[in-house]
Design a protein around this ligand. Sequence first.
Ligand SMILES: Nc1ncnc2c1ncn2[C@@H]1O[C@H](COP(=O)(O)OP(=O)(O)OP(=O)(O)O)[C@@H](O)[C@H]1O
Ligand SMILES: [Mg+2]
Length: 317
Amino acid sequence: MTGAAAVPVIETRGLTKRYRGGQLAVDGLDLTVPGGSVFGFLGPNGSGKTTTIRMLMGLIAPTSGTASVLGRPMPGAARTVLPHVGALIEGPALYGFLSGRDNLVRYDRADPTADPRTRGARVGDALDRVGLAAAGGKKARAYSLGMKQRLGLAAALLRPRRLLVLDEPTNGLDPQGMREIRTLVRELAAEGTTVFLSSHLLDEIEQVCTHAAVMARGRLLTQGPVTELAAGTRGRLAVTTPDPADAARVLAEHGVTGLTLDGDRVRADAPPVSVELSELNAALVKSGVRVRSFGVERASLEDAFVALTGEGFDVAG
Ligand SMILES: Nc1ncnc2c1ncn2[C@@H]1O[C@H](COP(=O)(O)OP(=O)(O)OP(=O)(O)O)[C@@H](O)[C@H]1O
Ligand SMILES: [Mg+2]
């Protein structure tokens, strides 16, 4: 097991894509996805996630650099690699006039290694796993966005895979659907499948991923275990009080920076270690601020992102 984990399932070196219009969508990407990980590929809209995934799956050629998937070069080894990879990429190709179930039958039939005698069972299991068992008979054109997304995922799950590449798998899903996909991803990981999923939702990555890479404007900002990414960032001071304005003033007077107010919550950069938290709390109380809660929150991936980029999680121009 330790040997297997040492071989990256995806590895890129200097991977670069410049589109014909001149847009540099991916810029010198060095990505390492360890075997057995649930790897979150995180970045705002337009940061190059789908472009990277298309190169990894051999759908478009890189301008320069290399990519390997399951230890083989892409796109060169696509024919031997892709049967072991399930992929869900933006807007799965579906036949609207066929039912969800028959779309999956078509996908399964296109796989020369799939035994026709067990086709029905495979399709049924895949529908079941994504929560479409009851809607399997409905025409795909009558599916909602979330249902189409689920059907695309079911297609990726028809066979056991060593790697699943999911581009924004929860796009279009309601909160319940998002929870179901998270549970499914955890199950697949427990079965030994490496899952590489892109998202622009920090929350989602934190909840389900063991590792993450953060992209911005086509460049990799950082990658590693999620716990380490967040741990490298200072947490946030959080105070709950019915007197937020007074609290902010007192904190500012004590040198606290990065203050934000939201209802009865005041948040700020965690003070340097030289500042005793209990003294800060005492100062608030002494100034007549009614403190309901006071403490330093663990840094989130979002804090790490803001610390890395010095900006919020917005679309690049
Ligand atoms: N076919 C294309 N031709 C030219 N430019 C493109 C093409 N596809 C994407 N781009 C540009 O490349 C950049 C990266 O796009 P990409 O789709 O990879 O981003 P993304 O991270 O997947 O974004 P999103 O979160 O919105 O899906 C963007 O600036 C986009 O406008
Ligand atoms: Mg995309």
